[in-house]
Design a protein around this ligand. Structure first.
Ligand SMILES: *Cc1c(COP(=O)(O)O)cnc(C)c1O
Length: 414
């Protein structure tokens, strides 16, 4: 029997939103593989490769595969005042909204927003360190993930890395020696080892010890916790934050610039923020790389909502902090109301390469057996965790609006 024509096969599936050219590609592949009988399931697989909303029942609040911080953002079609100064009617700056509000919220003189923290580190090194030498502790030459390695980032800027101290111990004397031995030091970089912990015989240089050196101190904070005291939360700083450093206090201790992500503990969209001394921030803003790293209005608008919530101390309007602050009894009540599987306590985690050893007491549902594939097949997909042949649905990371969907889907599994 002849295989069907590509066009005929492409038109044989009608209940799909995929455009015809994509269906043609899927049909062509199916025929080439001698697998046209499975065209329908190949179309479904192609649909599933599109970006889609998912329900995160993993308990990992900042899940790298699920877009890190949960994002609430709606925008209707239209223009924005992205670079228009409405007062004067002249050209304005896209850094006058979200960046200025975030600077205010984090106690910085000024800030600029770029596409992610990797860009923030690259830009600040290029603009501030130039082609000079930059001492960095050997204990902080970290890989953040996805191949983002501090030595490689420094190599990409024109700066020269000067390794100081040892893997486990670096002292202020090591920094001073580097300044004595190299007459071209243009900045000192300190990197927060976000995703691993060193224990035992360790020592690192505190920001306050660096404060009286005559070169700019740049601190890559990574996570973007704005203030150690968490004044935006009714119950103040949660215990699971441990000793995670914060923007406001790092600047108070004497950092000249801090760099952090928008979508980790800040709870916003993917972005990077450089905040600190106004003259240094202005240098970053004027650097030619800024043009390549600047975000668009969608990101700036989402970041502005988050910054306003921080300044208003409305932590519960930031989905990340709302979820992080839910009590176990609220979660258990929701689990019981869903009424399928077994209500159980479990451990959630901040995730996102921050606070690698921290857990957040949580609760949800446990089902016997591995149902992860069936849950992923739901619409919207539900992403769960499987441990020892039991499926865990942690409700901390599930919006209460999705409880009914979980109930529906799980009722059909068991
Ligand atoms: C996560 C992290 C980065 C990278 O941030 P992105 O926003 O993903 O680019 C850089 N530095 C540190 C210390 C981090 O924790």
């Amino acid at each position: 029997m002849h295989p069907p024509s590509v066009d005929k096969l492409a038109r044989s599936v009608t209940n799909t939103d995929l455009p015809h050219p994509v269906l043609v590609d899927v049909a062509r592949e199916a025929i080439a593989d001698g697998d046209h009988e499975n065209f329908r399931s190949r179309v479904v697989a192609a649909e599933r490769r599109l970006l889609d909303r998912v329900v995160n029942a993993t308990g990992v609040l900042l899940h790298t595969n699920l877009g890190r911080a949960p994002l609430a953002h709606h925008q209707s079609a239209g223009y924005s005042s992205l670079e228009l100064d409405l007062e004067s009617g002249r050209r304005g700056s896209r850094q006058s909204s979200a960046a200025t509000l975030l600077a205010r919220a984090g106690g910085a003189e000024a800030a600029v927003v770029v596409n992610n923290c990797a860009a923030a580190v690259t830009l600040s090194l290029a603009a501030i360190a130039g082609s000079g030498s930059v001492p960095v502790s050997r204990g902080e030459l970290v890989e953040i993930g996805g191949g983002f390695r501090v030595p490689d980032v420094i190599a990409q800027s024109r700066a020269k890395l000067v390794e100081i101290g040892t893997t486990n111990r670096t002292r202020i004397q090591d920094v001073r020696r580097a300044l004595d031995e190299h007459d071209d030091v243009t900045a000192v970089l300190k990197v927060h080892p976000s995703n691993y912990r060193m224990e035992g015989f360790t020592e690192s240089v505190e920001v306050r010890e660096l404060a009286d050196l005559d070169v700019p101190i740049l601190v890559d904070l990574g996570s973007g916790l704005l203030d150690e005291a968490c004044p935006w939360l009714d119950n103040g700083r949660p215990n699971w934050l441990g000793d995670e450093p914060a923007v406001r206090q790092t600047l108070e201790q004497g950092a000249d610039l801090v760099m952090f992500s928008g979508d980790k503990l800040l709870g916003g969209p993917q972005a990077g923020i450089i905040a600190g001394r106004a003259d240094l921030v202005a240098k970053c803003a004027k650097h030619p790389l800024m043009r390549a790293f600047r975000p668009g209005s969608l990101v700036i608008s989402a970041l502005q909502s988050v910054a306003l919530a921080y300044l208003d101390r409305r932590g519960s309007d930031i989905p990340f902090w709302y979820m992080a602050s839910l009590t176990i009894s609220e979660l258990k009540d929701r689990a019981a109301a869903i009424g399928v599987g077994e209500v159980a306590e479990m451990d959630a985690a901040p995730g996102g390469g921050s606070l690698p050893t921290a857990t957040i007491p949580s609760a949800g549902l446990v089902l016997g057996g591995d149902h992860s594939a069936a849950l992923r097949a739901a619409n919207p997909p539900i992403i769960a965790r499987v441990n020892e042949d039991r499926t865990h649905l942690d409700l901390r990371t599930v919006s209460p609006d999705d409880d009914a969907h979980i109930k529906d889907v799980v009722a059909h599994l068991c």
